[in-house]
Write a protein that binds this ligand. Structure first.
Ligand code: NI
Length: 167
């Protein structure tokens, strides 16, 4: 299975707002599977279609220790959220940086699964953080947006430097 290229901050394509998936077909299922392998390979615990330059509302997460509990959410919508929790977040689109972000500690999300069936997913702990982080990507938002602009600019500068060296 091919490994998808993951866009890196400050690539402007990461700022695009993703459109709802209108019909779940084999194509979406294949995309989700490719996203999961790319995420496992990275390695990471979550990936949004936006990050692989597909601007459709589809995310994948797996916070299990052995990468054996994949979760695919299509058109996820946050229905309820409770509490707040601080955690150290990273992102495959912002490699090498981890910063503290505050998010809801428990969430209820409505979505469609990879077979096209509506589902309702309750999450807490790391999975709740992961889902919120990935859902942000679909709206063109990155975890660095929660940081001070000084910190964000610093990360931007450092990443641009590294990206230039790789070109
Ligand atoms: Ni991310």
């Amino acid at each position: 299975m091919s490994i998808l290229e993951i866009l890196e901050f400050p690539d402007s394509r990461l700022r695009k707002k993703a459109l709802p998936v209108t019909n779940v077909t084999e194509k979406e299922y294949d995309l989700a599977k490719q996203m999961l392998s790319s995420m496992y390979q990275a390695p990471g615990i979550g990936l949004a279609a936006t990050q692989v330059n597909v601007h459709q509302r589809l995310i994948v997460c797996d916070v299990s220790e052995h990468q054996d509990s994949p979760l695919i959410l299509i058109n996820p919508v946050l229905k309820e959220s409770f509490g707040s929790a601080e955690s150290q977040e990273g992102c495959l689109s912002v490699p090498g940086f981890h910063e503290t972000v505050t998010r809801a500690s428990e969430i209820l999300v409505a979505a469609i699964d990879e077979h096209g069936n509506p589902i309702s997913k309750e999450a807490d702990g790391l999975l709740a953080i992961c889902i919120q982080h990935e859902m942000d990507h679909l709206d063109g938002k990155l975890f660095v947006d929660y940081l001070s602009s000084t910190k964000r600019q610093l990360i931007r500068k450092k990443l641009l430097k590294i990206q230039k060296l790789k070109d």
